[in-house]
Ligand binder design. Structure first.
Ligand SMILES: [Zn+2]
Ligand SMILES: [Zn+2]
Length: 127
């Protein structure tokens, strides 16, 4: 069990420190390994946190939440960033809230930018 308030692990449904109700899931954090070019998901309580389980190198913290980016979204992202279509196709592209991570490098794009993107001019650019 996990207390969100105190960020501690406990065996009780009530936190022994602050008496808040605890949750079952221990939060995860997402890290990036520059060597393996891959996101690494770690438990906040695990002992070897910050170390890549694949290569043993130090990994850097990315976010508490990460999702994969699908091809259409990736294409839109490339156009919004003035890149060639499919420029990121061989890269590892992930998203967390309004940030994108391209090979572990974070890029901030607001959802507004996406909404304001002119669909017509974008499709012209692709064709
Ligand atoms: Zn607590
Ligand atoms: Zn690694």
């Amino acid at each position: 069990m996990w207390c969100r308030n105190c960020n501690i692990e406990t065996n009780d449904t009530i936190c022994p420190v602050c008496s808040e109700t605890t949750v079952e899931d221990i939060p995860i954090e997402i890290y990036w390994c520059v060597h393996c070019k891959t996101p690494i998901i770690q438990n906040v309580t695990q002992a070897d946190k910050g170390i890549c389980p694949l290569c043993g190198e130090i990994i850097k913290y990315l976010s508490a939440d990460l999702r994969p980016v699908f091809p259409e979204e990736r294409l839109l992202l490339e156009l919004l960033l003035d890149k060639e279509p499919n420029e990121f196709i061989k890269k590892s592209v992930w998203a967390a809230n309004s940030r994108y991570y391209i090979d572990g490098k974070s890029i901030a794009i607001s959802s507004k930018t996406f909404q304001l993107a002119d669909a017509d001019s974008l499709s012209n650019k692709i064709s």
